[in-house]
Design a protein around this ligand. Structure first.
Ligand SMILES: [Zn+2]
Length: 321
């Protein structure tokens, strides 16, 4: 019987690295998580990954063949294979593609985690069957991936799709990137908390949030209070949806996607965020764009999304293997 190809998806984070084998259908066969140990060199991490997966490959050598590896990592460059001075990792500039190829002996591709998510949604998630889509991942920050005509847009430098650092208010909040008014300073878990704290200072209405020290306020807490009708929490989500909706309209009018897919924990905020974002987006679209672009929550199971995204990169690149 012919061996079935599988891809290994690796998602490298500052604290943990998750990886797993993914079949062509998007099914995750086995998933692992190990500490990244960010002070040790990249080679050490890849050797530990090899040690973890060798047992599975040995046991299944009559069924599956590892055909390629896809990696999602911060500051990763698709063109060069380099991970350039990644935040939270003491690696400097390192060619991760070369290292993985040497150690695992199969073809390898790399991109940043937000781009990998976009491919994951197109191949296995809410964007299945679409060729033009944008994904926005809301976490501590805001990551994005743009797909045009079935291809991820990497741009001239390999870093295209930094929607989180598009300016929405040039006199606005300072961003760790050094600029002011970046979208992720508002539309992210961190940004939502900042908005709520600012509103508490501007409004006199009662709010449960007034009883909580500002450094204990979280986006989840604001969400829970908004569901209970807390005015400040509701206004926070309205403001966030407005900025996200206007920004979606702006980017939609550049690439005319079929859908904008919202990933990350906040994607679960349903009507409070997604429905309102859609309304605000529609208000800011010109007539020949109206009522065409969907705003959808991620179609990938939450725990698997990083590994599926990274493996999707390998499936996209090496599908003719
Ligand atoms: Zn920024």
């Amino acid at each position: 019987m012919a061996l079935k190809n599988i891809m290994l998806g690796i998602d490298i984070g500052g604290t943990n690295t998750v990886f797993g084998f993914v079949r062509k259908s998007g099914v995750v066969l086995k998933e692992y998580s190990i500490p990244t140990q960010s002070k040790k060199p990249a080679k050490d991490l890849i050797k530990r990954i090899k040690a973890e997966i060798s047992e599975f490959l040995k046991q299944n050598k009559k069924t599956y063949k590892l055909a390629g590896v896809g990696i999602g990592a911060p500051n990763a460059n698709y063109y060069t294979g380099l991970v350039e001075n990644p935040p939270n990792l003491k690696w400097g500039d390192v060619n991760l593609v070369e290292i993985v190829k040497d150690i695992l002996g199969v073809p390898v591709r790399i991109t940043n985690d937000a781009n990998a998510s976009a491919l994951g949604e197109m191949l296995f998630g809410a964007g299945k069957g679409m060729k033009d889509l944008i994904t926005i991942t809301l976490g501590t920050g805001l990551g994005s991936g743009i797909i045009v005509d079935g291809k991820l847009v990497y741009g001239s430098n390999g870093y295209a799709g930094e929607f989180g650092h598009v300016c929405i208010d040039f006199r606005g909040r300072y961003c760790p990137c050094g600029k002011r008014g970046c979208l992720e300073g508002y539309v992210s878990a961190t940004g939502i908390v900042r908005t709520a704290v600012e509103l508490l200072g501007k409004r006199i209405c009662p709010s449960k949030l007034r009883e909580i020290p500002s450094n204990h306020i979280t986006a989840k807490l604001i969400y829970d209070l908004a569901l209970k009708g807390d005015e400040i929490a509701l206004e926070t989500f309205d403001f966030t949806s407005q900025l996200l909706g206007v920004s979606c309209a702006n980017v939609a009018m550049i690439t005319a996607p079929e859908a904008i897919i919202i990933c990350g924990g906040l994607a679960q905020a349903g009507d409070l965020l997604l429905k309102k974002t859609k309304e605000y987006m529609e208000n800011h679209l010109i007539s020949n764009y109206k009522n065409q672009i969907k705003i959808l929550p991620s179609g990938i199971k939450k725990g698997n999304s990083a590994v599926i995204g990274a493996a999707a990169l390998a499936w996209k690149e090496f599908s003719n293997i």
